[in-house]
Design a protein around this ligand. Structure first.
Ligand code: GLN
Length: 255
């Protein structure tokens, strides 16, 4: 038998290839086009769980749905995870894009690609309302216990500037960090200013200082996924230059 019909192997290989190609054609013709989105739903008003039905909603979620629609996707599937799992999820292909109030940084740009910026933020210092803690410079946080969310620009900032002089506690989410603040486990939480503002409306906490970090949020894709990134940028530009943008801003931030 050996060497008798080398063509059989070739025949099988070609048939398999044709079958795969055919099934590919059929499925692209009928299958829904789904954009898988990674986020960390503890960052209101950008992404959070709706209190009544637990659904993930927010400015970022509505924005990515609009973008996906403009790009011809049928559906957006949202995967919720801790903030520091988002970039690994992009890299392993678990999600196609990340939208999570994520700051464009040089470090992150080494491992993922970002869209054009769509929002600006600074870091705010949040304390309990009854704490009496006054902060007029970053130095005033020396010797304090500070809560942050793991992997964020807030965490990176406090570690860099206060790592030797303060106790820094890292939490998986900003909601957990804020709960730690409320029950006295930490004296302050450092987090993005728009989110701190929302938390100060919801919890008995207040912003006592803003660190002007001048951050810009971007939508992230896997490094090198130019086609997807170009599509996102085109759609995003269109939305930002249309009345849709103001509608979104009003819906989630008030006027
Ligand atoms: N903007 C901050 C960062 O990129 C925090 C984002 C977040 O917690 N969702 O690190």
């Amino acid at each position: 038998m050996k060497g008798k019909s080398p063509y059989i192997g070739v025949f099988i290989a070609v048939s398999l290839l044709l079958a795969v190609a055919a099934s590919g054609c059929i499925s692209t013709g009928t299958k829904e086009k789904v954009l898988v989105v990674g986020t960390s739903a503890d960052f209101p008003p950008f992404e959070y769980k709706n209190a009544s039905n637990g659904q993930i909603t927010g400015f970022d979620i509505s924005l990515i749905k609009l973008i996906a629609k403009k790009m011809g996707y049928d559906k957006v599937e949202v995967k919720d995870m801790d903030f520091d799992s988002l970039i690994p999820a992009l890299q392993t292909g678990k999600v196609d894009v990340v939208i999570a109030g994520m700051t464009i940084t040089q470090e992150r740009e080494k491992v993922v690609d970002f869209s054009i910026p769509y929002w600006e933020a600074d870091q705010a210092v949040l304390v309990r309302k009854d704490s009496g803690i006054k902060v007029s410079s970053v130095d005033d946080l020396k010797g304090k216990k500070i809560g942050v969310e793991k992997g964020t620009t807030g965490a990176i900032y406090v570690k860099k500037h206060l790592g030797n002089s303060s106790t820094i506690k890292e939490y998986p989410t900003y909601v957990a960090a804020t709960e730690a603040l409320l029950n006295g486990q930490v004296d302050a939480v450092v987090l993005d200013s728009p989110v701190a503002k929302m938390f100060s409306k919801k919890y008995s906490v207040e912003i006592v200082y803003t660190i002007k970090t001048g951050e810009h949020y971007g939508i992230a894709v896997k490094k090198g996924n130019k086609k997807l990134l170009d599509g996102i940028n085109n759609a995003l530009k269109g939305i930002m230059n249309s009345p849709e943008w103001n509608k979104l801003v009003e819906e989630y931030f008030g006027s």
